[in-house]
Write a protein that binds this ligand. Sequence first.
Ligand code: PXP
Length: 240
Amino acid sequence: MPRLGVNIDHVATLREARKNVRYPDPVTAAALAEMAGADQITLHLRMDRRHMQDRDLEVLKKTIQTRINLEMANTPEMVKVALYLRPFSVTLVPERREEITTEGGLDVQGHLETIKKTVLKLREIQVRTCLFIEPDLDQVRAGHKAGAQAVEIHTGRYCEAFGGPGEDREFTAILNAVKAAKKLSLAVHAGHGLHYHNLERLLSIVEIEEYNIGHAIVARAVMVGMERAVREMATLLKGR
Ligand code: PXP
């Protein structure tokens, strides 16, 4: 049964829209998500701190009941944060200041040596490293060469194509990347742009062991509450 990682960044986005308020608190959202069936809490501490703040990660580290998956750029500052706070896992993502959300996967092939070094540092303190990549066979192979334990396949292109003529092509790209990763003994995660309707088809790829989903859950939570939104996603994922 796949794990559900609930990404709480967008709770912080709502808080930061008013800068000087303390609500809604992403740490409270994390607790509610866990009570509703989340297996993991995922958060992206961006270099510009546009949504999650250092305080959020620090408090969450003290209150987490499940495990923390920290998404971050591979920069000296962020590696320092990870080494200090020791989340369960780190997912390395590309980051550009002008993007609205993480666009595209990490170019592991192009940054192999620096990524390898970070993977090694994290491995030394028993933190698992996952690399967020496009469903591209060269990037899968590079992920293996980098020594990562897992790859997270970027599902953005599949989600954009969902329901249209390109859906089969994008689905097949994910399927092929997953198969290639498993052959190299990499654990496979998936995420980005997933919602309550486009997730089902991916569930046929049983090798995907973890999904990280944020925007769709937080958006539904505004309407029905965090617990119900998470529970509904967990039910879709786990079929109960
Ligand atoms: N996985 C990764 C690596 C991401 O960067 C994001 C977005 O922060 C997600 C999953 C979640 O994407 P979404 O908010 O579209 O569900």
